[in-house]
Design a protein around this ligand. Structure first.
Ligand SMILES: Cc1cc2nc3c(=O)[nH]c(=O)nc-3n(C[C@H](O)[C@H](O)[C@H](O)COP(=O)(O)O)c2cc1C
Length: 188
């Protein structure tokens, strides 16, 4: 017998009395991006090196702390991100957390038309204890060995065991919210 239910809607779950909103069975990417975009994040540059030990990296907002003991962080990279292949090959990466004044670097490291060599040519950086590139003038840097990589749809979730870190004092972070970059000047 054919279902009378719309193909794009699911029945309201019986355990949610009073809920009148339909649950969408097909989540459109732009809708998910809009919903998740209400959750503000910091902005960082994930870096590693290529086969010639030259620096590569890109802008991320998907960085998060996962475990304190042992110290594990994570970042999610699109399958299409060139940085992922290098990171996977190297088995190491670093995170540089950007300060509020570094929105130009965030745009530069997100620009697909800009090569990795161009991205690093115009900024100040150094090699960390692990040999991974660390950006100068950010808020903190975190060096990692790859702990695990989980394939998740069109992204790869990279878990990193922290091997070294550096905090550059206190400062205002760069913040990503609803597709826009801004500086968080005061928090309480
Ligand atoms: C604020 C901001 C946050 C971003 N966050 C991510 C992210 O978490 N993961 C990701 O794969 N791309 C993210 N991107 C997009 C990448 O930086 C962009 O696709 C970049 O060109 C990838 O470079 P690559 O292909 O050289 O690795 C973000 C871009 C911006 C501007």
């Amino acid at each position: 017998m054919p279902s009378t239910q719309s193909s794009s809607l699911l029945a309201r779950p019986s355990h949610l009395p009073g809920s009148e909103l339909p649950i969408q069975s097909v989540i459109e990417p732009h809708a998910l991006r809009a919903a998740v975009g209400h959750f503000p994040t910091g902005v960082a540059i994930v870096t590693t090196t290529d086969e010639a030990h030259l620096p590569v990296g890109c802008t991320v907002s998907s960085f998060l702390s996962v475990s304190l003991t042992p110290p594990i962080v994570a970042v999610s990279l699109a399958n299409s991100a060139g940085t992922f292949n290098h990171l996977n090959g190297r088995g190491k990466f670093a995170i540089s957390v950007l300060a509020g004044s570094q929105h130009g670097i965030a745009h530069q490291f997100a620009d697909r038309a800009t090569t990795h060599a161009q991205r690093f040519r115009s900024i100040r950086w150094r090699a960390g204890a692990s040999g991974m590139p660390l950006l100068d003038n950010g808020l903190s840097t975190i060096e990692c060995d790859v702990h695990d990589i989980v394939s998740a749809g069109d992204h790869q979730l990279i878990l990193g065991q922290v091997t070294a870190l550096f905090c550059n004092g206190w400062g205002s972070p760069l913040v990503h919210h609803q597709g826009r970059l801004g500086s968080l000047s005061a928090a309480s």
